[in-house]
Design a protein around this ligand. Structure first.
Ligand SMILES: CC(C)(COP(=O)(O)OP(=O)(O)OC[C@H]1O[C@@H](n2cnc3c(N)ncnc32)[C@H](O)[C@@H]1OP(=O)(O)O)[C@@H](O)C(=O)NCCC(=O)NCCS
Length: 146
């Protein structure tokens, strides 16, 4: 499947919000995505046939980087695209001098945990009740040394 990964612009926010609303139990609002871009987080989108079907957002504060969000449009799951996007995010972080990438993930989100493990992330700790909606849930903290 032909895809292109490129930096996001503010014109992409509507498409990003659509994917976010269909994939996240506690979705970021449009205002949160705008503010994320304004404060200088790195936003990357994955396109197919000129349609955005995935995105990732991370915040590098060298030597660390925080992976804040990553999602693929559910219509395109299980096609290797999440893996492709994550690998690109890892490369982009390496290129700017990041040495370790951190993230949090719901303990129930085995799909994402598998994706991270496949890419070499280790489980570091559990943060209790990190998520509040739809009900309280612990976060698994993971990291990758690059
Ligand atoms: C997590 C997510 C980005 C994966 O995207 P994807 O394009 O479907 O994933 P891929 O096809 O690239 O699969 C990569 C790996 O993820 C894991 N994975 C993907 N789908 C899975 C499933 N249904 N069950 C178990 N593991 C799965 C596997 O390890 C897979 O590797 P494999 O194909 O060698 O088994 C996607 O499911 C998503 O958008 N989820 C909602 C948002 C989310 O949870 N983001 C993470 C927040 S921390």
């Amino acid at each position: 499947m032909r895809t292109k990964i490129r930096p996001a612009s503010s014109d992409d926010i509507e498409s990003i919000v659509e994917i976010e609303n269909s994939t996240n139990l506690m979705p970021w609002t449009k205002a949160q995505f705008i503010s994320s871009m304004e404060v200088g987080h790195y936003s990357t989108v994955l396109e197919h046939a000129e349609t955005i079907i995935g995105f990732a957002i991370y915040s590098p504060i060298i030597p660390e980087s925080h992976l804040l969000n990553i999602a693929i449009d559910p219509a395109y799951h299980r096609k290797g695209l999440g893996d492709k996007l994550l690998k690109q995010v890892i490369l982009q972080n390496k290129a700017v001098g990041v040495k370790v990438i951190n993230l949090e993930v719901r303990v129930s989100n085995l799909v994402a945990i598998n994706l991270y493990k496949k890419n070499g992330f280790y489980k570091d700790a559990i943060r209790q009740d990190y998520y509040s909606k739809p009900e309280k849930e612990d976060a698994l903290l993971m990291s990758l040394i690059i």
